[in-house]
Ligand binder design. Sequence first.
Ligand code: FAD
Length: 473
Amino acid sequence: MNESLLGALRRAVGEPHVLTGDDCAPFLTDWRKVVTGRAAAVVRPGTTGQVRDVVRACLEHGTPIVPQGGNTGQVAGATPDQSGRAIVLQLGRMNRIRAIDAENDTLVAEAGCVLQAVQEAARAAGRLFPLSLGAEGTCLIGGNLATNAGGTQVLRYGNARELTLGLEVVTAEGEVWNGLRALRKDNTGYDLRDLYIGSEGTLGVITAATLKLFPLPAAQRTAFAATASIEQAVALLARARSMLGAELTGFELMSAVALELVPKHFPDQRLPLPAAPWFVLLETSDAEGESRASERFDALLSAALEAGEINDAAVAQTMAQSKAFWHLRESITLAVAAEGKCAKHDISIPTSRMAAFVTTTDRLLQERFAGVRSATFGHLGDGNLHYNILQPKGQDARSFAATQQDLSLLVHDRVRDHGGSISAEQGIGGLRTADLQRYEDPVKIALLRRIKQALDPRGLMNPGKVLPWQTMP
Ligand code: FAD
């Protein structure tokens, strides 16, 4: 590595926080182990000023920067390329909660705070920070914002963008933008906050954020329900929305194929209901108290049973049972990874067209790639499915890998036919760049390119991600 850059990085963050050689290895492979890159160094700043100094040093040396949080992303967005020119800027040391204003329902967290630590800090102040996802013990809030993460509470509270009031960003030009406002109304010019959120490290480095807090629910109810089809699950969703309104805080759909992988790979976990084609995990949050929560939840389940939308339901009787239900749901990603090769699709479809999409696509896949297994699950309440296609039993991984491109094309073409999106919550990263180009409006792509050009004119922020065909001067 260039000695002058190395010296500048060491001066910026301190020698122990610049990793080189073999020490970089843990930061160079994506979570799914699809891509392994190389890096000149892994740099771990502790303050916003240090991030600014690192960005300036990289600008001076023409060195690309790959921001990295908890490295739990599913699209290899935080992994450097093969050139070995880039540095990985890992934000884990910036892990302070800077402030909590319970009266204003806001919290200021640095980018390196683990999501779970943010939730716990809010709870300690008697408040709820509702962003919640399976990786919450590992992912960092900066990564959540950079990917505009979704998760299991979106239908009630929105995704990361809707949970953020302000940002602090080190721009690609090495300036610090202090946008840490705690205001719910602020129409002062273009919305830079919403531009940096979801930009996947390609426009600048998020160093801190002002996040929205909510009242803690007085009571919650959780149930696992068995249902015969997606049509019935969608009907149940409509019923739950109309009977419960904003009290409905979770609505997750799981196919039997996906759910049964959990006890197979994690034998300490058990399914709460006998076999069924589909399962729904429902959660409600009540502002008043236990008896009202039970009354309204039971009324919903009775009506759904009577209408045939569900065939059976297990209602959690204790907090431990509720946690076990959620643990089952959140273990699916890990169980799918343990099962073998998988073509992953993070799609959204209008819920009214969801059943038609799944039925058509499942059938076409069997016609063309006989034996593949649809381990479908996801946040049905948001119209978001993880439409995961596992290799046929007995097929070797290499020959399945050879079919993956055609298989994903078939899936994504059907997503387009049904008015959907090829990236609901995980972003584009390095793995879905060709899909973005294929399926998005060309005028949108041109506008994205102009934004990238304006905010990162040297093209040093996470090159190759989101818009890899970008040509820089
Ligand atoms: P990383 O993976 O490190 O980075 C992701 C992207 O953000 C990269 O492009 C990186 O360059 C950029 N980045 C990271 N930090 C910064 C920063 N400070 N400034 C600028 N750019 C930055 N995602 C969901 O949305 N919903 C889910 O329900 C969900 N469930 C998951 C369950 C499991 C078991 C796993 C493993 C993942 C899941 N994910 C989910 C995906 C992943 O957890 C999210 O994308 C998460 O937001 C990524 O955070 P991270 O800190 O790991 O970011």
